[in-house]
Ligand binder design. Structure first.
Ligand code: GAL
Length: 711
């Protein structure tokens, strides 16, 4: 039984302020099944500093020199294999991993550990030549060709079979190697491609729909298919969202995205199983929030999270966002930064500017500071051939130190300095977080947020915008997946999540009853489960949760709508829920002008020991931003959010509990402008043990400091 609005009003409506007791078995609707992976408790023993290594592309004679150079440079982990399928299996069925085992022997002798990757991102030509049906097809019907990456359709049985065969062969040949510390599945799955429209994918879509809806009648009801005579008689008639004269049904478009993004996770799980038949090492995947997969579910195939990021010095905020995102992805396991450039990114005809001096070491420091265990480069030696000739590397193609080499040396020095501090430590988890929902992403891709100057278009950028704002106020912050536990949090912000499931609502009620504050942001609640419009209330379950009646859901962008709260009057934009409070909630912010004049855009309701705050329109522009800051600060203070630093914007602090259970702060200036951090009395420099007398510690450009704060 799912949690209906009526039922929710019954259980939360009576005796506000009194504690809500969770009725057992109430909502079993849409929960992601908990992962079956048993992850043992993990202690970080050391920090890693690594490179992507492609010895198969160079003369064998170079290997010895490579390894000696890596060792000299303080590289302690190499990642290999992710594009090497044609070297491992040049002809179908003729597989040899001897070369890689030999390289691993030599790395092992030098004390360099190895992450081995399954090579399934680049199937050899024999798999797809003369077989267009095995290739990925995009929404316009373009069949991908051999020659780059991700051109095969993982839905095709022949592709799946060949992939699993090579994965098993790798695991069998290398799974007992003493250098091997982890596996990486594939490489950046769904980085270059999105939804697959091949025949194999469409057949799989029909199976997926059958599994999700059970009967075609259920699908027809959920999607309201008599609209425009879409009504289906059989699952096989349901189209993939290819070209139509106008637009597809929103339910279908969103479902097709979800189908593709879940299926790639199924593929990851089958690779995991294939590895597990022979090899026990932990498994990861180098992810990035931009990729077209279900990030939350993908963690079910992994033992630890890792990510790739190529920010320029101006984009350092993206690195902080990703570290926070992947720190929360698999609680208890430190994440890795699997790829970044030692200087600049580049591919044919494109390049970034090179990093300014000291930016790289600040990046590494921020990753370690926020709980990362590894900081790794793409790549060791500049590509001589291929499509990424302009990309920077630790060593040039002519095997001399690359432009970033001296910066890599600085990272090695940092790793050595910080390893004794961070071995056995745990990053302290934040008590304020922002929700990330894969379903919200799919819905917002189907139905874009409205165009507004100065406001992000993409879902993940909206999440990142809230994250950045919380960060700029000095809060240590996290990101929680939609289905993640809310333990340890005091405040959760959920922006732009159109569908609030009964399962999510239940967890919010529990969280709030125990003292948490839920700040429900604009657009949240505007759609129902199958990407339809809620018919029970304007914002679905949010109305009942927040104690409001939504009178209108109305677009305010480019209107004269202004709202006032906390003594500030600001423009409002975006799709807004214009509400009236019901009984137990208070209206805090009113819309003063425009079509929704007199209704509320900020309401507060006390429930149990906590609060539900509904911000149902976006405060716009610079004044709007100032107001959002005020709202965050006001409610974070009321919620007793503890981990906040008095620090200038552009400097980031990662708090840890070290091996002796002492609090350790790692502070890094990221914006290159220097910064300051207020310290408690009796703080000490963690490296020298010297007392720090100053109340305000100043950090110079990209400076890093390790501090034991005075208690
Ligand atoms: C990553 C990819 C690498 C390389 C790199 C270049 O996205 O995983 O293989 O292409 O980008 O920046």
């Amino acid at each position: 039984m799912t949690l209906t609005r009526r039922r929710l009003v019954q259980i939360t409506g009576a005796g506000l302020g009194s504690s809500y007791v969770l009725a057992s078995g109430l909502a079993q609707g849409n929960t992601l099944k908990n992962t079956s992976i048993q992850r043992d408790a993990y202690t970080k023993r050391k920090l890693y500093h690594g490179v992507a290594y492609y010895p198969e592309l160079w003369p064998e004679d170079d290997i010895e020199g490579d390894i000696a150079e890596m060792k000299k440079l303080g590289i302690n982990v190499a990642r290999m294999g992710e594009f090497a399928w044609s070297s491992m299996e040049p002809e179908e069925g003729k597989i040899s991993l001897d070369f890689f085992r030999g390289v691993m022997d030599r790395l092992h002798e030098a004390g360099i550990e190895v992450v081995f990757c399954t090579p399934t991102a680049t199937p050899p030509v024999w798999l797809t030549h003369g077989h267009p049906e095995r290739c990925f097809v995009d929404a316009d019907g373009n069949v991908m060709s051999h020659g780059a990456r991700q051109h095969a359709s993982y839905e095709h049985p022949a592709v799946q079979k060949a992939c699993i065969r090579i994965v098993k062969a790798c695991a069998k040949a290398l799974g007992d190697h003493p250098a091997l510390i982890a596996w990486q599945l594939d490489n950046e799955m769904k980085a270059h491609v999105a939804e697959d429209f091949s025949d194999a994918a469409v057949a799989s879509w029909h199976r997926w729909l059958k599994q999700r809806y059970g009967s075609i009648d259920a699908l027809n009801r959920a999607w309201g298919t008599h609209i425009w005579s879409q009504y289906y008689q059989r699952f096989e008639q349901v189209p993939a969202p290819k070209k139509t004269p106008f637009l597809h049904n929103a339910s279908l478009s969103t479902a097709y995205r979800e189908f593709n993004r879940e299926r790639i996770v199924d593929f990851m799980k089958s690779q995991r199983e294939a590895i597990r038949a022979y090899a026990p090492q932990p498994i990861t995947h180098n992810d990035n929030p931009a990729f077209n997969l279900n990030h939350e579910k993908s963690m079910e195939a992994l033992d630890f999270a890792s990510y790739d990021a190529y920010p320029t010095d101006k984009q350092w905020g993206a690195l902080i966002f990703r570290s926070d995102f992947y720190r929360g992805a698999i609680p208890g396991r430190p994440f890795w930064l699997m790829e970044t450039s030692s200087s600049h990114n580049g591919w044919l005809g494109n390049h970034q500017p090179p990093h300014p001096s000291d930016f790289l070491v600040a990046e590494a420091a921020s990753v370690y500071a926020l709980g990362g265990e590894a900081f790794c480069y793409w790549l060791w030696r500049q590509q001589r051939t291929g499509a990424e000739l302009p990309h920077s590397a630790v060593m040039s193609a002519w095997n001399a130190p690359g432009i970033g080499y001296r910066e890599v040396q600085k990272v090695s020095a940092l790793r050595e300095e910080w390893t004794p501090l961070l071995a056995g430590s745990d990053a302290i988890e934040a008590d304020i977080a922002v929700t990330y929902s894969d379903r919200a992403r799919a819905m917002i891709e189907t139905e874009g947020l409205d165009r507004r100057e100065g406001f992000p278009r993409r879902y993940r950028d909206v999440v990142a915008m809230w994250h950045d704002q919380i960060r700029s106020l000095g809060y240590h912050r996290g990101v929680r997946f939609e289905h993640a536990k809310l333990d340890g949090l005091r405040m959760l912000v959920t922006p732009a999540m159109p569908y609030v499931s009964s399962e999510f609502a239940e967890r919010i009620i529990d969280f709030v009853n125990k003292g948490g504050t839920w700040l429900c942001g604009p657009v949240t609640g505007t759609r129902a489960e199958d990407h339809t419009v809620p018919t029970d209330a304007g914002l679905g379950l949010v109305d009942a949760l927040a104690g409001v009646r939504t009178k209108f859901v109305v677009p305010l962008t480019n209107t004269d709508a202004e709202g006032e709260v906390f003594g500030m009057r600001v423009p409002l934009s975006g799709w807004a829920g214009a509400t009236e409070v019901e009984g137990q909630a208070d209206s805090k912010g009113k819309i003063l002008t425009g079509v929704a004049k007199g209704l509320s855009f900020l309401t507060e309701r006390r429930l149990g020991k906590g609060r539900i705050v509904l911000l149902s329109a976006q405060p716009h522009g610079d004044e709007g931003k100032a107001l959002v800051n005020k709202i965050i600060e006001h409610y974070a203070t009321q919620a007793n959010v503890r981990h906040r630093f008095e620090v200038s914007d552009g400097t980031v602090v990662g708090p840890h509990r070290d091996a002796n259970n002492k609090t350790l702060w790692l502070a890094v200036n990221m914006n290159g402008e220097g910064g300051r951090l207020r310290l408690p009395a009796r703080s000490r420099d963690a490296l020298t043990g010297e007392p720090i007398q100053k109340v305000w510690l100043t950090l110079s450009r990209y400076e890093r400091r390790a501090i034991y704060p005075g208690e």
